[in-house]
Design a protein around this ligand. Structure first.
Ligand code: SAH
Ligand code: SF4
Length: 356
């Protein structure tokens, strides 16, 4: 239930779609390849910039497709070098993406997959109004293209950790993943793309069936179902045993070690016992643990004290599991997902609170 625009998105168009359009326009089919080259080799989305096309054809492309449907409505640069962009979609809804520079000039894009989120984790700003709509594959690709033109280059990696539960928008996400990874299109390595999920088991299994080496991150947030129930509402919460069985399946089919993401919430999931149990789970399932200290969003949760966070990390490390602590890039620009959208005057569904 993506909002269906009157025209198709040019971003995400496959060569066969473009060839069919050329036939309709009574123009040679090799033009389809030229258009695809502009889109997927040069990251150019505006038909008027597709210099080797005759002018009337550029005009026809611009008239028949949304190119682009989205635009950058706001940007929030942070002193740590990250830049969060508020993207306004063709129907006025908004999502966020973040440009995250890393070591050795590496660049990561954090992309959204839905407007709002149906899961509604209690600490997260994205799910507070529920799901508004899915993004179309073309809109996900427009985030990529807008980000690339903003940065003046392509990212080295992509994480689907923006707004939304991408695996509950599998059809559109998988189309976008195909275009991003196919050598005929953008051609990124699947290993450089992380799909993050709150543990939506049917989606994990479908991603496994694609048989590609995407990096899978599972937001577990608790080592037992009782604690997890205090963080994630019942409606889309799967039992940990089922989630970890799906993670095993993913490891078998994709051959990729899974990451367990764990947002640390003071007094809820940050005890020594929780760390011991989490380390055990990670070892049994050959998973890495990535700890994310909670970034305040106006929820009733709090970030644990630094010593608690460090002790939690050390317990996992000492228990022999692989653990990392997410550096707090972007917290100055309200980097926790959904916050910029909620605070923006542009959001169609923004509320008065700004997530702080
Ligand atoms: N819906 C997917 C992907 C988007 S959220 C998922 O839940 O995995 C990406 C990550 O950001 C998740 O691990 C989530 O727990 C984390 N996150 C969201 N809001 C946060 C906050 N306020 N503080 C810390 N981590 C947060
Ligand atoms: Fe949705 Fe992920 Fe936020 Fe949970 S953490 S509400 S699944 S975006």
């Amino acid at each position: 239930m993506a909002s269906i625009p009157q025209k198709p998105f040019l971003a995400g168009s496959l060569r066969e779609d473009l060839a069919a359009w050329c036939v309709k326009e009574c123009t040679a089919k090799f033009r389809a390849n030229q258009i695809a080259e502009w889109l997927y080799r040069h990251d150019v989305l505006n038909p008027m910039e597709m210099k080797n096309l005759p002018l009337p054809l550029r005009g026809a492309l611009a008239a028949d497709f949304l190119a682009p449907g989205s635009s950058i409505a706001e940007s929030a640069p942070a002193p740590d070098g990250t830049e969060k962009l508020l993207i306004r979609l063709h129907d006025g809804e908004t999502v966020e993406m973040v440009l995250i520079p890393g070591r050795e000039e590496r660049l990561t894009f954090c992309l959204s997959t839905q407007v709002g989120c149906p899961v509604g984790c209690l600490f997260c700003a994205s799910g507070r109004d529920g799901l508004i709509r899915n993004l179309a594959a073309g809109e996900i690709l427009e985030e990529f293209l807008l980000g690339s033109s903003r940065a003046g280059r392509r990212p080295d990696s992509i994480v689907f950790m923006g707004i939304g539960e991408g695996l509950m928008n599998f059809h559109e996400l998988s189309k976008a993943l195909h275009v991003l990874t196919s050598p005929d299109y953008v051609g990124m390595s699947p290993r450089r793309i992380t799909v993050s999920t709150s543990g939506y088991v049917p989606g994990i299994l479908k991603l496994a069936e694609l048989g590609k080496e995407f990096t899978l991150a599972i937001s577990l947030h608790a080592p037992d179902d009782e604690t997890r129930a205090r963080i994630i509402p019942d409606k889309v919460r799967y039992p940990i045993a089922e989630i970890m069985a799906a993670a095993d399946r993913y490891l078998e089919t994709a051959g990729r070690m899974v990451t367990i993401e764990y947002t640390l919430l003071a007094g809820v999931n940050d005890s020594h016992e929780a760390a011991v149990k989490l380390a055990r789970l990670a070892r049994i399932h050959h998973a890495k643990v990535n700890l994310i200290p909670y970034n305040a969003t106006g929820s009733r949760f709090q970030r644990p004290a630094r010593e608690t966070i460090e002790a939690f990390e050390k317990t996992i490390f000492d228990a022999g599991a692989h653990v990392t602590l997410r550096t707090e890039r972007g917290s100055e620009s309200s980097a926790a997902c959904g916050q910029l959208r909620r605070s923006a005057k542009y959001g169609k569904h923004n509320s008065q609170e700004n997530g702080k």
